[in-house]
Design a protein around this ligand. Structure first.
Ligand SMILES: [Zn+2]
Ligand SMILES: [Zn+2]
Length: 75
């Protein structure tokens, strides 16, 4: 059994990816600046079920993640 993937967001490049326990560095840019939850405290678990294109907002605080990240791709 492997640990379930957890969505985290890199605060340097802004990209969401699936990570596992112990992961510390962004897959895309290598920065150790991963966040598992929004600034409001809402975990990013909902991100993994979302399509790679289209709008994406925090369901709790309404933050627009796409606005700051025009070329967002999840996979
Ligand atoms: Zn990054
Ligand atoms: Zn939020």
């Amino acid at each position: 059994m492997t640990a379930p993937a957890e969505a985290r967001r890199c605060t340097t490049c802004g990209r969401f990816r699936a990570y596992r326990d112990g992961d510390q560095h962004c897959i895309v840019c290598g920065s150790a600046s991963l966040q598992a939850a929004c600034d409001c405290g809402r975990p990013y678990d909902y991100v993994l079920g979302e399509p790679p294109q289209g709008a994406l907002h925090c369901p709790r605080c309404g933050r627009d993640f796409r606005a700051a990240e025009a070329d967002w791709t999840f996979r």
